[in-house]
Design a binder for this molecule. Structure first.
Ligand SMILES: C[S@@+](CC[C@H](N)C(=O)[O-])C[C@H]1O[C@@H](n2cnc3c(N)ncnc32)[C@H](O)[C@@H]1O
Length: 264
């Protein structure tokens, strides 16, 4: 049976088995995605699918691929990246060292974009670092390899591309080690795990679309706490934070918030 009650039991089993809690997500969407996989295998109940997940790690990979949407590209919304760069330039004048965090980094294009941006700004790799995290362990492996199709590099000028990527024989591009070394990847669940503190900027873009309202509010509060005063939060196009001042985030313009000074 694929009823809601059975799905909730399935979700509970997944939490224990794969350490992934679906409770912060819009549950109908999650159910739709899982049900698609269940039908694909010709099952009519969640238990058989759980057994399959137990037996076959490649099916666990497929499960994560299906429920987390990993679409991304380098310098997504390039005009906003120009603005982001300007905010960081200003921040750097008063912040001799700092970390920029890509929260929900998918296959790595976003954190490597930050690393390229910092390199282009001649920011010391010892003082300015990039942290990148995602829930999906498989996508993190892809990110660490740093190999991309030409189409995900459309927003990068050829002259910049040639500096920071190696062209592979199969026509794809690999991020050079100098850029890779600037980024630390880790697996992290934004809805459950603790955050670093005193961050110079956080990018969390196109991640919260599947989160419930409560989960989103809690997340933005945690982001506000994780930023240093004056730190920047860079979100996705449709991701407005309601009453952001209440949690200490000043809206500066669409896509950007600044942690208010005098707020702890
Ligand atoms: C569409 S990608 C966004 C990539 C990039 N930030 C961008 O805007 O291009 C969404 C990513 O969020 C990750 N994600 C979803 N839920 C998450 C959670 N609870 N904690 C951490 N990452 C999560 C997914 O695994 C996926 O890789």
């Amino acid at each position: 049976m694929l009823d809601n009650e059975s799905f909730m039991k399935f979700a509970d089993a997944i939490r224990k088995k794969l350490n992934f809690d679906m409770s912060g997500y819009k549950i109908e969407r999650m159910k739709r995605r899982v049900d698609f996989l269940i039908r694909k295998y010709g099952f009519d109940n969640y238990n058989e699918y759980l057994k399959l997940l137990d037996k076959d790690p490649s099916k666990q990979k497929e499960f994560f691929d299906r429920i987390t949407i990993n679409v991304t590209e380098f310098f997504r919304n390039p005009d906003k990246w120009e603005k982001f760069k300007r905010y960081i330039e200003i921040e750097m004048k008063t912040t001799p060292r700092g970390t920029i965090w890509s929260a929900g980094c998918a296959s790595g294009e976003e954190p490597y974009s930050i690393a390229i941006m910092l390199e282009e700004m001649h920011a010391s790799p010892i003082n300015y670092k990039v942290l990148a995290s995602d829930l999906d362990p498989n996508i993190l492996e892809v990110a660490k390899k740093g190999i991309y199709d030409k189409k995900s590099l459309v927003n990068i000028k050829e002259s910049v591309r040639d500096k920071y990527f190696k062209k592979l024989e199969d026509g794809r591009f690999q991020v050079i080690d100098k850029i890779k070394k600037r980024v630390t990847f880790k697996r992290q669940n934004l809805l459950a795990d603790p955050f670093e503190k005193n961050l110079m900027a956080i990018l969390c873009r196109n991640v919260v679309i599947y989160f419930e309202m409560d989960a989103k509010e809690k997340l933005y509060r945690k982001f506000a706490e994780a930023l240093k005063p004056g730190g920047i939060l860079f979100v996705g196009g449709t991701e407005r934070i309601f009453n952001s001042r209440k949690i200490g985030l000043e809206p500066i313009e669409p896509f950007f918030y600044k942690k208010m000074v005098n707020v702890k």
